[in-house]
Design a protein around this ligand. Structure first.
Ligand code: AMP
Length: 219
């Protein structure tokens, strides 16, 4: 059965690491709106130019812009068995839009749709954000404190240089938290009311969280 999985949780709760692994596990595409938007910026597109001003301030990019990127991406062939959606939806408006997008793409859609909430103490997350680095080539995520690369500044997997996201500084991170609790967290009740929400304890090691995540998506 087609699997449509979406993920909720504050910035740096570990969604990126876990959902990348989950996508490989199920052979489904990992679709991450933050990365799609950063690619638009890197390619200098019109969409990228608009998105940049919002991302730099820690605000949500306008709903129509992200919606059009997501619709294009979910229409691709590799999504016919489902998808792992990381970073979308991020507001009630986007959640309603996702329902419409899914119907437009596949009107008889009867996918197993689940929302997974990463439950974690937000106090530890700012430190995670400022210590986060990622590979400029393969996207592997590191943390200078908890998961440092073997060679400083280089990816363990492909040896490419590690970079820090421009919005991973303390000031923008604080704005991203405010945006999360104001715009995105209400989706917890939204999906809970629809009986499609599962909450997992997102504290502990990457492997511990992975075990909990697999259980939540498989049972
Ligand atoms: P992320 O990589 O998920 O932390 O996202 C980085 C930034 O991209 C966010 O702070 C937002 O400015 C923007 N962004 C990512 N996903 C969305 C979305 N679904 N809706 C609006 N803005 C988004």
């Amino acid at each position: 059965m087609k699997k449509e999985l979406i993920f909720l949780g504050p910035p740096a709760c570990g969604k990126g690491t876990q959902t990348t692994r989950l996508a490989k596990h199920f052979g489904l595409p990992h679709i991450d709106t933050g990365s799609l938007l950063r690619a638009e910026i890197a390619n200098g597109t019109e969409k990228g130019k608009i998105a940049k001003s919002y991302i730099d301030k820690g605000n949500l990019v306008p709903v129509e812009l992200v919606g059009s990127i997501i619709k294009d991406r979910l229409s691709r062939d590799d999504c016919k068995n489902g998808y792992i959606l990381d970073g979308y939806p991020r507001s009630l408006e986007q959640a309603e839009m996702l329902i419409n997008i899914n119907k437009e793409i596949d009107k008889d859609n009867d996918a197993d749709f689940r929302a997974i909430y990463f439950d974690i103490d937000p106090d530890i997350l700012i430190s995670r954000i400022v210590n986060r680095r990622s590979c400029s080539n393969c996207g592997e995520i590191y943390n200078l404190k908890y998961k440092p690369p073997k060679v400083e500044g280089k990816c363990d997997i492909c040896s490419s240089p590690l970079t820090q996201r421009k919005d991973d500084n303390e000031e923008t991170a604080k704005a991203r938290f405010e945006t999360y609790y104001r715009e995105t967290h209400p989706l917890f009740d939204y999906y809970n009311d629809k009986k499609v929400l599962k909450s997992i304890d997102a504290s502990g090691s990457i492997d511990e969280v992975w075990e909990r995540l697999l259980k939540a998506v498989e049972d």
